[in-house]
Ligand binder design. Structure first.
Ligand SMILES: Nc1ncnc2c1ncn2[C@@H]1O[C@H](COP(=O)(O)OP(=O)(O)O)[C@@H](O)[C@H]1O
Ligand SMILES: [Mg+2]
Length: 453
């Protein structure tokens, strides 16, 4: 034990006890005890509550009450001072009870000498110090275990985020590489497509004139038969062979169908150009009222919704201006809402919501449609992935939208299960990461800056 002064509390209603204890402690070699005495139960309890003692000696007899009661009361109040019970003559039986109640030791007064008292105090104090150290160690161990668990949770969260970011990066990379490729192909197709389209219109106009000329020629058939029957015969054979009346009658239909086929190719090319747009020229950025953008976008889907008897609703919360490329975001909303409507049967419902989130704004598109099978969930953002019949879906809507949202520093979330509708969420930061501007003007309309290849 170190040589510091030790504070001992004596609770005993007999003043003689004080003198005896003082005497005994004084006999201890290198005595370093300071004794505080209180003469009754209440004062003793009060002194224990105040604390500051290294050990306490309590007489079993304390007027109407006893030391055991005091011991129990002090311990129930969280007192940590080691308490040694002093017993008088004929009170040996209480030693067991005292130890059970948590006494550090018990000493029979009549057998007490300096050595015994010193040893009992020393052991009690050492044991108490040991206990305190053990408790400190246990609580430090508990703290570090908690810290370790917290660090583990944070590590796991970071790892998951990293994995998500990696998946997003791969997808974005894949899309951007594909975007470059598609931009090239679309450019190549677009040029011949433009002149074939023009030529078809010229052909349509001229064929009408050719038909009229042929009809006029036919009027001279009788004269020709008379003057050059061989030529007339030859012409008639050709007319029959190619079934000229039928051909002429169907020519217009043929051209109309070809022009409509060309329109479809143009539509496809436009989809490809939208998809590849980022690889070519960036669109204009502005501070926009996103709710107005959503309303404008839904105007484009309203017709489709009505035709399919699907209810299209909005639930828009007030939003601060959002730094984005409005045309692009408009396109995302159109794609999501169109998909939602297409997923619904007649009587279905689509709700488009806007919300102010903690880190930006959120666009939610919820529908009561067919839902998405978990087996295709990882593919829906892939270019050209579609579950729609040929001619109805190009499988580009979500991949284009994904590219646009990623370009804005945002992200997608999808929740869906088969038969229970789908919930798409677009998270956008309030300010988009720096963008190269197109010209000086900014716009708050939903006009698109289409790119001509
Ligand atoms: N709201 C939705 N409900 C159910 N399936 C959806 C929904 N949105 C997208 N999908 C699925 O994702 C696929 C890809 O969508 P998208 O890229 O827009 O292409 P497309 O609409 O041309 O098929 C769809 O074919 C469909 O299977
Ligand atoms: Mg779509």
């Amino acid at each position: 034990m170190n040589a510091q002064q030790l504070e001992i509390l004596l609770i005993d209603d007999d003043e003689d006890s004080l003198l005896i204890t003082q005497g005994l402690l004084a006999q201890v070699h290198d005595a370093r005890y300071r004794l505080q005495w209180v003469g009754n139960y209440e004062a003793g309890l009060e002194a224990l509550r105040r604390g500051g003692h290294d050990a306490c000696l309590v007489d079993y007899r304390l007027g109407a009450r006893d030391g055991l009661e005091l011991l129990r009361q002090a311990q129930s109040e969280g007192c940590r001072t080691p308490i040694i019970m002093l017993t008088g003559q004929g009170e040996h039986a209480i030693d067991v009870q005292a130890m059970k109640a948590g006494a550090a030791d018990y000493l029979a007064k009549e057998e007490l000498d300096a050595a015994r008292l010193e040893r009992s105090l020393r052991f009690a104090i050492e044991r108490q110090q040991l206990m305190a150290r053990l408790e400190a160690l246990a609580s430090a161990e508990h703290r570090s275990r908690l810290e370790l668990e917290q660090a583990h949770t944070e590590l796991k969260k970071t790892y998951d985020e990293l994995k998500r970011a990696q998946a997003q990066l791969i997808r974005t990379e894949k899309l951007s590489a594909l975007g470059q490729l598609v931009a090239g192909v679309a450019h190549e197709i677009n040029n011949p497509l433009a002149f074939v389209n023009n030529n078809m219109s010229v052909l349509q106009r001229d064929m009408q004139a050719v038909g009229e000329v042929l009809a006029l020629y036919a009027k001279g058939n009788a004269a020709l038969a008379e003057h050059d029957s061989a030529l007339y015969q030859r012409i008639q054979e050709c007319v029959e062979q190619m079934d000229l009346p039928y051909t002429l009658a169907n020519f217009d239909q043929l051209l109309v169908r070809s022009i409509s086929g060309l329109k479809r190719i143009q539509h496809l090319i436009k989809g490809l150009r939208d998809f590849a747009r980022d690889a070519v020229v960036p669109a204009v950025q502005a501070e926009v009222d996103l709710n107005a953008e959503i309303e404008a976008a839904l105007g484009l889907v309203q017709f489709k919704a009505e035709a399919r008897q699907v209810v299209l609703e909005t639930d828009l919360a007030p939003l601060p201006p959002v730094g984005c490329r409005p045309g692009r975001i408009n396109q995302v909303v159109v794609n999501l809402a169109a998909n939602a409507v297409e997923a619904c049967a007649a009587g279905g419902k689509v709700i488009v919501q806007s919300r102010l989130g903690t880190n930006g704004v959120e666009i939610h598109v919820l529908d009561t449609g067919c839902g998405i099978d978990p087996s295709i969930m990882s593919k829906i953002f892939d270019p050209f992935f579609t579950t729609k019949p040929q001619g109805q879906g190009m499988g580009l809507g979500l991949s284009i939208s994904h590219g646009i949202v990623a370009e804005h520093g945002g992200r997608f979330e999808v929740a869906s299960s088969p038969g229970r509708g789908a919930h798409f969420v677009v998270y956008l930061p309030l300010t988009r990461p720096s963008l190269p501007e197109l010209g000086a003007s900014t716009t708050t309309t939903s006009a698109r800056t289409d790119v001509d290849y």
